[in-house]
Write a protein that binds this ligand. Structure first.
Ligand SMILES: [Zn+2]
Length: 194
């Protein structure tokens, strides 16, 4: 899998995205996965087409493994952090195969200063980390994990009105240093720092 993504150049490429999904009898697990991915990739301004989606196997009551073939046409030059985001998307495999936490932290670097390793704070965990925070100890930048996907975006793509509420929501669990001095947004000042 990592090889598949490393081959994904700025000009695009094909991602085979494997994921487990729950669905009720009257729902299509493929459509559920598709709508999540579409929402996320649109948000990130990635030009893509879902070419194919199917159930690989059913692993329990209403639980299916689904694969999507996602053709990524392009993601802009300034969106270099998408490599990280897509990497997370593609390596989001079930716990049975390996612990996402460990794997994630092995591969992720700060998109700003390339510092590695980063710190992980888990706020909500189901089969995977649903919500959490990734912190760069070098520059004190923090990156939210939302809907199980780490958003490793550069500052110019961050939205204060989306990110600050996230920090507020988890302020009891966020390290004090990040609350007061985190970048690109901190809670106490609420102002943008560079
Ligand atoms: Zn950093």
């Amino acid at each position: 899998m990592p090889t598949a993504l490393l081959a994904l150049k700025k000009s695009g490429g094909l991602i085979h995205y494997y994921v487990f999904e729950y669905a009720n009898k009257n729902e299509s697990p493929v459509e559920r996965v598709k709508s999540k991915v579409v929402k996320r990739l649109y948000h990130l301004d990635v030009d893509f087409v879902v070419q194919l989606g199917r159930i690989v196997r059913t692993t329990g009551p209403n639980r299916h493994q689904v694969v999507l073939d996602i053709r990524v046409n392009s993601y802009g030059q300034k969106h270099f952090a998408h490599e990280n985001v897509l990497y997370c998307l593609i390596t989001k495999v079930p716990r049975e195969e390996f612990a996402i936490k460990k794997k994630l932290m092995e591969i992720l670097a700060c998109p700003i200063d390339k510092h590695h390793p980063l710190e992980l704070h888990v706020f909500e965990e189901k089969e995977e980390i649903v919500e959490g925070l990734i912190v760069c100890p070098k520059c004190l930048r923090w990156y939210p994990i939302r809907d199980e996907i780490p958003e490793m975006l550069p500052d110019n793509l961050r939205k204060e009105n989306e990110d600050l509420p996230f920090l507020k929501k988890w302020k009891d669990k966020v390290p004090e240093e990040i609350l007061s001095k985190g970048k690109p947004f901190a809670l106490k000042t609420g102002s943008k720092k560079s």
